[in-house]
Design a protein around this ligand. Structure first.
Ligand SMILES: Cc1ncc(COP(=O)(O)O)c(C=O)c1O
Length: 461
């Protein structure tokens, strides 16, 4: 009997004292209300292409690509084959003072895939590690150039940069910060760019908000620009509810950073690898940062891996002094793991040779039209999109933030579509392999779920 079959299907089967079945108790699930989930667990037991198979026998359309990562579809044959072949040849090799060819080959391929001039790659195992690595590289870069006075880091309100101490320090989600005390010193935040009054129902980049980038000048003046090492932003903020950048905003940040010798980091953990219909958001928006953080779509989620890509000048600043000295005291046991390298190279093949990024770009206008068709439903207060990334914001209910979107997301599963609720926004981020009929299925499910869960207080925008 499979483990999943032993699980309770409802709270009735749960242990009487804790309400949680013993088979579920040991695993402390991340970012989950554990006690609630375990009273009525929902488990995925298989996946293929655009779909997941649930333990109760149902098949659902995965409209979120796992967790914004399975861009090339579940169990993509190229990726599965590459991983199977790799594990039979080399399971593990360190990249500490020895190496294996796949890590060098992958780095070279990523440099070609990245914006012009970003020719160097440091491997990590997650988005969080990529962010902390990028922040450390930024600080160390200034020190390597004799500018140790640059120690401040600037993030943005509502940003999500993972869960490392660096990431939560520059991150801008209150609860994720306040749970853990004072965090890093010398961090400040730009204002977020969400502006329902001026920008609701914008398609792509909203018209208003370039002034929010000018807040960087004010922060630099406040702290003395010569103390600031780097600014980090998600080009399109994802986990806070899908916020595309206001028109001209990223370019303005770039100009201000250049004027003051501050590094610009794009956290492309979600936006990289075709999500926006381009290799990276940097390509789509025509703004090249100094450092890009990546993960998720890098290996199609098939095995953990992250990467930090940087401009030549950042890397080259470290390549001085004794050739026998370690240039950066940083790295992970699994930096450039052979299995992850094999998965990443096959994933890049899928994106480029199978034309998935071009496919995503071609489908984006249809996706935009389809999700904006939900405007006018009760409680829908905004719809936002870039590429194959979409957010439908719902009016908050009086019984607490997030409850409206959670109810809609729950109902969507009943209707055969898996979406994600982030705050009171429904996030959509389907595999790039999706077709028009599937987009219609997602939008139909949302339309029905919104109607079925609507309360009399939900207004039509
Ligand atoms: C923009 C961004 N940065 C960093 C992370 C953290 O990635 P991970 O969960 O792989 O550590 C995420 C995860 O969603 C993210 O969206």
């Amino acid at each position: 009997m499979a483990f999943a079959d032993t699980l309770p299907s409802s709270s009735a089967a749960a242990a009487p004292t804790t309400g949680i079945a013993p088979s579920l108790d040991a695993f402390w699930m991340p970012f989950t209300p554990n006690r609630k989930f375990k009273q009525s667990p929902r488990l995925i037991v298989g996946g293929e292409g655009l779909h997941y198979d649930l333990a109760d026998g149902r098949r659902v359309l995965d409209a979120i690509a796992g967790l914004w990562c399975v861009n090339a579809g579940h169990r993509n044959p190229r990726i599965s084959a590459a991983m199977k072949a790799q594990i039979d040849v080399l399971d593990y090799a360190s990249n500490f003072q020895i190496g294996h060819p796949a890590a060098f080959e992958l780095a070279q391929r990523l440099a070609r895939f990245a914006p012009e001039g970003m020719n160097h790659v440091f491997f990590t195992n997650s988005g969080s590690e990529s962010v902390d690595t990028a922040l450390k590289i930024a600080l160390a870069y200034h020190r390597a150039r004799g500018d140790a006075g640059r120690y401040r880091l600037i993030g943005r309100e509502r940003a999500y940069h993972g869960v490392g101490f660096g990431g939560i320090s520059v991150g801008g989600i209150g609860r994720q910060r306040s749970t853990f005390g004072p965090l890093l010193n010398g961090v400040d935040h730009l204002p977020h760019t969400h502006d329902l009054v001026r920008n609701a129902f914008s398609r792509g980049e909203p018209e208003h908000g370039i002034d929010k980038a000018d807040a960087l000048e004010a922060l630099l003046a406040l702290h003395d620009a010569s103390t600031v090492a780097a600014v980090i932003v998600e080009p399109v903020a994802g986990s806070t509810g899908v916020l595309p950048p206001p028109r001209g905003y990223l370019k303005r940040l770039r100009e201000i950073c250049d004027r003051h010798g501050v590094l610009l980091i794009f956290d492309e953990v979600i936006t990289g690898f075709g999500r926006l219909g381009a290799n990276f958001a940097a390509d789509l928006f025509g703004v090249t940062p100094d450092i890009i953080t990546a993960a998720k779509g890098l290996t199609n989620g098939a095995v953990p891996m992250g990467a930090v890509l940087m401009r030549d000048a950042i890397h080259d600043a470290f390549m001085q002094g004794s050739v026998g000295a370690i240039e950066l005291s940083h790295g992970y046991t699994y930096s450039g793991h052979p299995l992850a390298c094999a998965a990443a190279m096959a994933t890049l093949d899928a994106y480029t040779e199978d034309g998935l990024i071009a496919q995503a770009a071609a489908l984006s206008p249809f996706f935009e039209d389809a999700i904006h068709g939900l405007r006018g439903l009760p409680g829908v207060i905004d719809i936002r999109n870039t590429g194959l990334l979409g957010g439908i914001e719902l009016q908050a209910w009086a019984d607490g933030p997030g409850t409206h979107a959670q109810a809609v997301a729950q109902q969507c599963v009943e209707l055969g579509v898996l979406v994600r609720s982030v705050g009171d926004t429904i996030a959509l981020s389907p595999p790039l392999t999706i077709g028009r009929e599937h987009i219609e299925q997602i939008v139909d499910a949302l339309r029905t779920a919104i109607a079925q869960t609507a309360r009399p207080t939900d207004k039509e925008a």
